[in-house]
Design a protein around this ligand. Structure first.
Ligand code: NAD
Length: 306
């Protein structure tokens, strides 16, 4: 299968390219990425055809789509604070960009498009675990634009018969996730602080929980979706239904590093979600053979990458 990964130089995309290339079924991988947050070096050593360009550039997108059998659409402004500062750009890339990707795929008769949405669409205090049929309550431009991403993908299925699948990713972590910007995710921030001998900082009491998903496990689901051309009329949560609080993450890091890590409590951030857990029944129905990496193993691999 010849696949295109949009946003393939980013954290999840580059891991996906690596996992895909390890499987002879996906021997031909192309990436389109404007390198706005992704890095060319994330693809070092991988036999990937990289098109440097924006999904908003029709010519670049058409070149990238040519000859592909399937598309994994990950390109996005993936930062909530960025979207709050600049909602137009988040909308342009995440909403309009998705329509461009879908339209280019339709023009070229591409058989399958899988898109990345986010648990952010559930909003602040959804009933837990969050089921795909729970009313979405996006609180930020990022969340609203991700709701548009999945809605357009599903509308293309209904309107044009294009097989699509929209995943709601929860908190994906693993090697390649950057810690070097002010809004980095919790796990890379904690790993960096611990390795540098600095305290980890919790915004709030550290008892907030997340449904952490190791990146290779997410990639395995995405590639299985492509291989079996799985499509579905509703969005699908991609997580394992776990509730891990931040103290547990730091405790696991302490056991991996073999030393205590100091913890600092800072003021909670406005808009931070307290608990987030996926209802995974639909995922398990569509993907009966899931593999789940234990948090300690995923964290160990992340620490080794740093
Ligand atoms: P990332 O920022 O590392 O990856 C996004 C990639 O898209 C980057 O390489 C960036 O350069 C590229 N990009 C941005 N604008 C582009 C454009 N106009 N044209 C082409 N490429 C462009 O983030 P990530 O964590 O790898 O996220 C990948 C996808 O997963 C995103 O759609 C994000 O919204 C979604 N997601 C991620 C998580 C998570 O936990 N990491 C959770 C929910 C959803």
């Amino acid at each position: 299968m010849r696949i295109l990964i949009t946003g393939g130089a980013g954290f999840i995309g580059a891991n996906l390219a690596r996992v895909a290339l390890a499987n002879p079924f996906f021997s031909d991988v192309r990436v389109i990425d404007d390198l706005s947050t992704g890095l060319r070096s994330n693809l070092d050593g991988l036999d990937v055809d990289l098109v440097v360009g924006s999904i908003l550039d029709e010519g670049a997108l058409r070149r990238a789509m040519t000859g592909r059998d399937a598309v994994l659409h990950l390109a996005a402004v993936a930062s909530v604070p960025h979207s709050v500062r600049d909602p137009f750009t988040a909308h342009a890339v995440n909403a309009t960009g998705t329509v461009r990707v879908l339209e280019a795929a339709r023009e070229q008769g591409i058989g399958h498009v899988v898109v990345a949405s986010s648990s952010a669409v559930y909003g602040a205090n959804p009933p837990l675990p969050s089921t795909e049929l729970t009313w979405a309550g996006p609180l930020t431009p990022y969340a609203a634009s991700k709701l548009a991403t999945e809605a357009y993908a599903l509308a293309y299925q209904a309107s044009y018969g294009m097989p699509t699948l929209a995943f709601r990713f929860f908190n994906i972590y693993g090697p390649g996730q950057r810690d070097d910007h002010p809004y980095a995710a919790a796990i890379p921030r904690f790993v960096r602080a611990a390795l540098d001998g600095n305290p980890v900082v919790f915004h709030g009491d550290g008892r907030q929980t997340r449904d952490f998903t190791y990146v290779d496990d997410a990639c395995a689901v995405l590639l299985d979706a492509l291989r079996r051309r799985v499509h579905h009329p509703q969005p699908v949560n991609l997580a394992f239904g776990t509730c891990t609080d931040l103290h547990t993450v730091v405790g696991a890091l302490e056991s991996i590093l073999g030393r205590p890590i100091e913890r600092h409590l800072a003021a909670p951030r406005v808009g931070d979600i307290r608990h987030s857990t996926a209802d995974t029944r639909l995922l398990h129905t569509l993907f009966p053979k899931l593999t789940e990496t234990a948090l300690t193993d995923g964290l160990r691999a992340t620490v080794e990458w740093f």
